[in-house]
Design a protein around this ligand. Structure first.
Ligand code: UP5
Ligand code: MG
Length: 190
């Protein structure tokens, strides 16, 4: 990391809450490296690696891939980057994910963003996306939402207690939402 301590942001929020969209804006404005856990997993599927088939089955069911697999992919990307500022998008999805990350990387996030979005809005956005994702169909979306609802809250509460959580109202245009995100990073710039 160029000899610097890594600066880590976790980006949380339900399916279609706008994590990826806002991450692009944070990258442009604040020079972070964007690591989408979902994209890293989808890359394993297309490159037919050891875990590819298992990951595909898990994503189709909207379930969570074993923590070890995801954490190793994230860690590898961090280690091969020459940046030290990372946005980790769509992870940790559960307390188990969070604990595995802390154990394996011996690191903790500096900032945790949580994009709070009503379900109907998330469903509408995901169904409109049309990028051919195997999980962007109504059946899988329902499953993704259910798992998100049951496992995300403890993670959010954990970081809230540690004073690291920034809850963002994810309704509005992408630009309007970014105006809530910008000050979080502006306050942390050296
Ligand atoms: N859009 C964005 N912002 C908008 C706005 N303000 N107004 C109107 N439209 C807006 O946005 C979704 C769509 O909405 C886009 O078309 C966008 O243009 C529009 P996007 O920014 O893509 O939302 P995002 O929150 O990134 O939605 P995504 O579907 O990627 O979230 P998920 O959390 O569901 O997906 P992810 O890729 O993170 O994970 C997929 C699956 O991988 C999981 O279900 C799980 O099975 C697996 N996974 C793991 O097992 N472990 C992990 O750690 C990560 C993933
Ligand atoms: Mg995404």
């Amino acid at each position: 990391f160029k000899g610097k301590t890594p600066f880590i942001t976790f980006v949380l929020g339900g399916p279609g809450s706008g994590k990826g969209t806002q991450c692009e804006k944070i990258v442009e404005n604040f020079g972070f490296t964007h690591l989408s856990a979902g994209d890293l997993l989808r890359r394993e599927i297309t490159s037919n690696t050891e875990y590819g088939a298992e990951i595909l089955d898990t994503i189709k069911e909207g379930k969570i891939v074993p923590s070890e697999v995801t954490v190793k992919l994230i860690r590898k990307e961090m280690e091969s980057s020459d940046n030290y500022k990372f946005l980790i998008d769509g992870f940790p999805r559960s307390e188990e994910n969070r604990i595995a990350f802390e154990r394996i990387t011996e690191a903790e996030p500096d900032i945790v963003l949580f994009f709070d979005c009503p379900e109907e809005e998330m469903v509408k956005r995901v169904l409109n996306r049309n990028q051919g994702r195997v999980d962007d169909n109504i059946d899988t979306i329902r499953k993704r939402l259910k798992i998100f609802e049951s496992l995300n809250l403890p993670v959010v509460n954990y970081y809230s207690k540690r004073g690291k959580l920034y809850k963002i109202n994810a309704v509005g245009t992408a630009d309007e939402i970014f105006e809530q995100v910008r000050p979080v990073f502006a306050a942390h710039e050296e």
